[in-house]
Design a protein around this ligand. Structure first.
Ligand SMILES: Nc1ncnc2c1ncn2[C@@H]1O[C@H](COP(=O)(O)OP(=O)(O)OP(=O)(O)O)[C@@H](O)[C@H]1O
Ligand SMILES: Cc1ncsc1CCO
Ligand SMILES: [Mg+2]
Length: 262
């Protein structure tokens, strides 16, 4: 694991520019802020390039797709590419409609994405692997999520993070697994979007695979600590998860993180 990631984040306060969906932006902004980053949401395509240039990382979310959101993703993504800043893409419910597939294809043709983060259903849809996606949720499939992630990473030439009971992080060759989890995370809408934001903060500091794997573990570690206090109260659990994100230090992360490589 990256043993000084949180200290580096706190000393650098990376700016994360988000093309967010219309459902969970507050959760995402809070997550970024609580862990030590500086969130910013963009809504006007005319300033998307300028904002992408001052941001350390850009996070793109397909969740509330519409023509302006698509223009925002293309403009912010290309501007981040110009200055070689990381771009993270969340293909929310990409298998659900032809429009989401088309917009994703257009984005991936015009923007070099460093990390794609989705649930197993979303990443399987990207990789053309059979899976019964369920709206924004992962749904059901028989394929091995590690193989799904590796296939997608190789096809799309980027790092792929599949969230689930075990999170998977791969560049197509090396595979990290994070065994930490808290089922109440799935009861709260948008925790995948929050994970994207946390990956944005971390890649604003350092964009190697080990950093991305360590950062993927931040949310489930905070959530496990919260679940010890609120095992059966979803709303209190989520508030406590944010408290834990604000409190988390590298020592606790190192003690709790269950990270396995290959
Ligand atoms: N079945 C599960 N049990 C425990 N933790 C899970 C489970 N599925 C996902 N998680 C955790 O929940 C967090 C969010 O991942 P999830 O797969 O729910 O994203 P998502 O489907 O994109 O969610 P959303 O679209 O609502 O933002 C991750 O930190 C992941 O580790
Ligand atoms: C519920 C929902 N609908 C579109 S995006 C979103 C939030 C989860 O990504
Ligand atoms: Mg999602």
């Amino acid at each position: 694991m990256k043993t000084n990631l949180l200290a580096q984040i706190h000393s650098q306060t990376p700016i994360v520019l988000n093309v967010a969906n219309h459902v969970t932006p507050q959760r995402v902004a809070d997550g970024i802020n609580y862990i030590g980053g500086s969130p910013m949401m963009v809504a006007d395509p005319l300033e998307a390039a300028d904002l992408a240039h001052i941001a350390n990382t850009v996070v793109l979310n397909l969740g509330s797709t519409n023509p302006v959101a698509q223009e925002l993703m293309l403009t912010a993504g290309q501007a981040a590419n110009q200055v070689q800043h990381p771009v993270i893409f969340d293909p929310v419910a990409v298998g659900a409609t032809p429009l989401r597939r088309q917009r994703t294809q257009q984005l991936l043709e015009h923007v070099q994405v460093m990390v794609i983060r989705g649930n197993a259903g979303e990443v399987a849809a990207l990789a053309g692997i059979k899976w019964e996606q369920h709206g924004i949720d992962a749904g059901q499939g028989t394929a091995d999520p590690v193989e799904v992630a590796q296939t997608a990473a190789q096809q799309l030439n980027c790092v792929v993070v599949i969230s689930g009971p075990t999170d998977i992080v791969t560049d197509g060759t090396t595979v990290y697994r994070i065994a930490n989890n808290a089922p109440l995370l799935t009861t709260n809408v948008g925790m995948g979007d929050v994970l994207d934001g946390l990956l944005g903060v971390a890649t604003g500091v350092s964009a190697d695979l080990e950093t991305i794997a360590t950062a993927t573990g931040i949310l489930p570690v905070a959530a496990e600590l919260a679940a010890e206090r609120y095992p059966d109260a979803p709303f209190s659990f989520i508030a406590e998860t944010y408290n834990q994100l604000a409190r988390l230090d590298d020592q606790t992360l190192q003690q709790r993180l269950q990270l396995q490589k290959n």
